[in-house]
Design a binder for this molecule. Structure first.
Ligand code: 173
Length: 319
């Protein structure tokens, strides 16, 4: 045989080994409890991606807050303890107050990719949190105030409400006493009567059985619940181009399904009614002011804590 054929043969024999050597495995965690639908949906996405990504990229789902507590996951991604997380900005405001601005988005994730918001988010996330912001997988979803005591106007004086940074300024502006907890602690707090209510999206109550301990939902909803995939920036940069492209395509396909939440949420509202959760609603003018106040205090807080990027975020995320 000519030497060239030997080379070709050797290369052919080595190719699978090389490909396998290039395969990267990402360690993935979730800030939400494992029985939450967000997590189940993400695990399904991972399983499918792992089938298609053999030899290129694999994702290894390690677990939820039992592996790393909800409010510590941001730092774990920042420092590379894990490679990727399913989380929301409110859970890592300890790294940067900007993280909580995504709840204020009035334009869709798809539009954010077109209008420069996504690039701005990525610039900030990389600079301040050593994170690559990969994709937003929950949107079109309002938050609500859920209560066990009846109110007839937007006044929470005397009530103790479970919050995360998402709701802090808004609920405090209505006079609430607030207490921050991870989702995993809400059920027990309700059961023990430690709280009179909580902030939470229109969906995913049932995932954690909170309907058993919830009497009222206050309408209307406010803001735009955000759940995203974020990646340690050093890990992201170290990925072979094929792995990065693969992950980008998979994540875009996942984000591309976000319209799904619209019908899902309608169904969740129906389920709440069937479970006996009553709605508290205000007259049209009071409702309008309620939502307006949520937005005003939300942005005021971002502009105050993020003088450098807050105004720019508002221009690109607002309408
Ligand atoms: O209430 C929460 O824990 C919270 O901040 C949140 C954010 C996005 C989706 C679900 C919950």
């Amino acid at each position: 045989m000519k030497p060239i054929s030997w080379l070709a043969l050797a290369a052919a024999a080595l190719a699978p080994a090389l490909a396998a050597a290039q395969e990267v495995t990402l360690r993935v965690v979730s800030a939400f409890p494992e029985n939450q639908y967000y997590v189940k949906r993400t695990v399904e996405w991972i399983d499918k991606a792992n089938k298609e990504g053999k030899g290129v990229l694999q994702m290894n789902f390690i677990g939820g807050p039992k592996a790393i507590p909800t409010f510590e996951i941001g730092n774990a991604v920042k420092t590379g303890v894990v490679d990727m997380a399913l989380t929301t900005g409110a859970y890592y405001t300890n790294l940067m107050p900007e993280a909580d601005a995504l709840k204020l988005a009035e334009v869709s994730a798809a539009e954010q990719r077109r209008n420069g918001a996504y690039d701005l988010i990525n610039k900030i996330w990389q600079e301040k949190a050593n994170m690559y912001y990969l994709a937003r997988v929950v949107e079109f979803t309002p938050f609500h105030l859920y209560l066990n005591k009846k109110i007839d106007k937007p006044d929470l004086t005397g009530l103790k409400i479970r919050i995360t940074p998402v709701y802090r300024d808004f609920f405090q502006s209505m006079g609430a006493a607030v207490m921050t907890t991870a989702p995993g602690e809400v059920y027990t707090a309700l059961e023990r009567g430690v709280i009179d209510g909580y902030g939470w999206p229109i969906h995913a109550l049932f995932d954690l059985n909170w309907q058993e301990k919830t009497r009222f939902r206050v309408d209307p909803g406010f803001y735009n619940a955000e759940v995203s995939l974020v990646v340690n920036l050093d890990k992201w940069k170290s990925l072979p181009p094929a792995a990065r492209d693969f992950l980008t395509r998979q994540a875009l396909a996942y984000e591309g399904q976000n319209e799904f939440w619209k019908s899902y949420n309608q169904n969740e509202a129906r389920r709440q009614a069937q479970a006996g959760i009553q709605t508290i609603s205000f007259d049209a003018e009071t409702s309008r002011k309620y939502v307006q106040q949520a937005n005003e205090v939300g942005w005021a807080s971002i502009i105050k804590t993020c003088p450098q990027y807050g105004p720019h975020l508002r221009r690109l995320l607002g309408r």
